[in-house]
Design a protein around this ligand. Structure first.
Ligand code: AMP
Ligand code: MN
Ligand code: MN
Length: 332
């Protein structure tokens, strides 16, 4: 039996499934969580969808986003306390730590995990590991899984899954956008997902605070060799009222500079940690540096979160990235 069939069999047989995705969720994490969750509900199965962080306002157009539970701070995330979880499905997440509070190792001890992901840096933490780094998004992988579960796609499921594909391919612009990605997306459109409406929701709307934050970050660019970087400090966040997770696409924007092969945004989180978002031009691979620093990602887009001061993180990361650039440029 292949991995998809194995995963489908285990999911079909489970009485109470907990589906989780990584914290600071993006469109692929949320779209995958909802897409599979809605499919299992169509099938009449009991399922809890959970994410450690709240769903960003930008994704509130998604059907049933309110059904995603957030674990209570400091409380064990027992979805239905009286009813034990029999299976965990982890989506779009490379390691257990990145599930954050959505995965409580104490209360979920011994519960089998099916790990479905497309990050090359995935550490295979599940009982079944279906990790396909050639997939553009986890949401893309769920289309054959839902087929194997014998659930017909609905417009709502298709909307969630196309959201995942669009977010991770930056609207079909990344090198991961293969003919297969297009074929899957056409299937989702034929089921009723609106490419126009989703593209507009995902890429054409942002809060004014985001633009103000970008304005500040763009005034403080540093080009060292062919590495372009900037930072989002707590002071900047407070000044413009920017409370969102992440850099709202700033690292991807910086990576468009002709003068840079690698772009980095250091984002001070306010809890003593710094999130590092990295982008590399084709021909460079930034995921290995992210992995060495305890994070992960893809060759062209990766990140990590480090529990140190902004200046310490900048020194460490910039030195490792410069070293990786030197090695990779020499190998060309
Ligand atoms: P971002 O820069 O946040 O858009 O993330 C780019 C890619 O790196 C995504 O595929 C993320 O899943 C991955 N990534 C970002 N931050 C981390 C982290 N702290 N740990 C593992 N993977 C990460
Ligand atoms: Mn993701
Ligand atoms: Mn993804």
């Amino acid at each position: 039996m292949n991995t998809v069939a194995q995963a489908a069999k285990r999911i079909s047989e489970a009485d109470n499934t907990l589906i989780v995705c990584h914290f600071a969720p993006d469109g692929d994490a949320i779209g995958s969580l909802l897409g599979l969750g809605l499919a299992l509900r169509e099938k009449g199965q009991r399922v809890t969808m959970m994410c450690a962080d709240p769903i960003p306002v930008q994704y509130h157009y998604l059907p049933q986003w309110q059904a995603i539970a957030t674990p209570q701070v400091d409380a064990a995330p027992t979805p239905e306390a009286s009813d034990p979880v029999s299976l965990i499905v982890s989506l779009d997440c490379g390691d257990l730590a990145r599930l954050g509070k959505a995965y409580d190792p104490e209360s979920l001890k011994g519960v089998p995990i099916i790990n479905i992901d497309h990050h090359a840096t995935n550490v295979n933490f599940g009982e079944i590991n279906w990790v396909d780094p050639t997939a553009a998004a986890t949401a893309q992988m769920l289309v054959p899984l839902i087929r194997a579960l014998k659930v017909p796609l609905t417009r709502d499921i298709a909307t969630c899954l196309l959201t995942g594909i669009l977010t991770d391919t930056l609207g079909f612009r990344t090198a991961t956008t293969t003919p297969q990605v297009m074929a899957t997306s056409i299937e989702l459109m034929n089921t009723g997902a609106s490419l126009t409406a989703l593209t507009d929701q995902i890429f054409n709307h942002r809060p004014m605070e985001t633009i103000r934050m970008w304005t500040m970050a763009l005034q403080n660019l540093h080009l060292e060799g062919r590495i372009l970087w900037s930072e989002i400090t707590q002071r900047m966040r407070e000044r413009v009222g920017y409370t969102q997770n992440g850099d709202a696409g700033l690292a991807s924007f910086l990576s468009t500079a002709n003068e840079a092969d690698i772009a980095i945004v250091f984002d001070e989180l306010g809890d003593g940690r710094v999130n590092v978002s990295m982008r590399a031009s084709p021909g460079y691979d930034i995921s290995k540096v992210a992995f060495r620093l305890g994070g992960g990602g893809h060759p062209q887009a990766a990140g990590c979160t480090l529990p140190r001061s902004l200046s310490a993180v900048k020194t460490q990361v910039l030195s490792l990235v410069q070293q990786a650039w030197n090695e990779q440029t020499r190998e060309k």
